[in-house]
Design a protein around this ligand. Sequence first.
Ligand SMILES: *Cc1c(COP(=O)(O)O)cnc(C)c1O
Length: 226
Amino acid sequence: MDIKANLEQIKKSFPNPTCQLIAVSKTKPLADLQTAYAAGIRDFGENKVQEIQAKQPEMPADTRWHMIGHLQSNKIKYIAPFVHLIHGVDSFKLLLEIDKQGKKINRPIPVLLQIHIATEESKFGFDPSELEEMLNSIEFTNLTHVQVKGLMGMATFTEDQNQIRAEFRGLKQLFDEVKKKSLPHFVDLKELSMGMSGDYQIAQEEGSTLVRIGSAIFGSRNYPTP
Ligand SMILES: *Cc1c(COP(=O)(O)O)cnc(C)c1O
C-alpha cells in the first residue's frame, strides 16, 4: 500500500476540495499513521477507545483524534481529555454521560449527533423525530459541557448510487432545517460528517464537510470491525 500516493489520489478526486479528510486508521499499525502524518494528515478516525488510547501517546501532539464508532458510556472518560470530535452520539443518554465527563475535567467536549439514514436497522442513530424531541427538551437545554458541532450519518451498504445519494441528500436537508431552529448556545451546526471510501464523492456533492476514509488510504482491513 502506497499510503502517500493514495492520499494524493483521493484529494485530487474530491468534488469539494475544501471538504476535510479524516483518515480512518482503525486496525492499522502505528507506522501507517506515521506515514499519513508525514504526508500532511492531522485528523485520524478510530472506532475503539482502547486503540485510540494505545496510539495517542505515540503520535505527535497536534494529531486530532476522531472517535467514529459506537461509544460505550463507561469508556468516555478515557478519551474525554483529548478527543477532537466524537462523531457517533446516538442517544441522549450517551450525550448526558459525555456532558458529565466533560464537567469533571472542565472541558466542553465536541460532538456530532448521528442520524439514522440507512434502511438497515443495524446502523445506529437518531430518527429525525427523536432528534427533534431531544432538541426541544429541557434536559437537553440544561447540558453544560458538550459542544454540538453538527450531524453525522452513514448510508446504506448498497451498490445503488441513487439510494446513497438520496440518503445523503435527506441528511443535508435535515441539517439545514435544524440549523434554522433556535437552539442553545452550545449547538453550532457547522459540520456534516458523511462519506466513506465507497461514497465520499457522492457525499461531497450532497454537502458533506467531513469525509471519513479508511480502506481507500490504508488498504482493506484484515478483520471486520463493528
Ligand atoms: C470504518 C469506518 C469508516 C471508514 O470506512 P472505509 O470504507 O474503510 O473508508 C468510516 N466511518 C465509520 C463510522 C467507520 O466505522
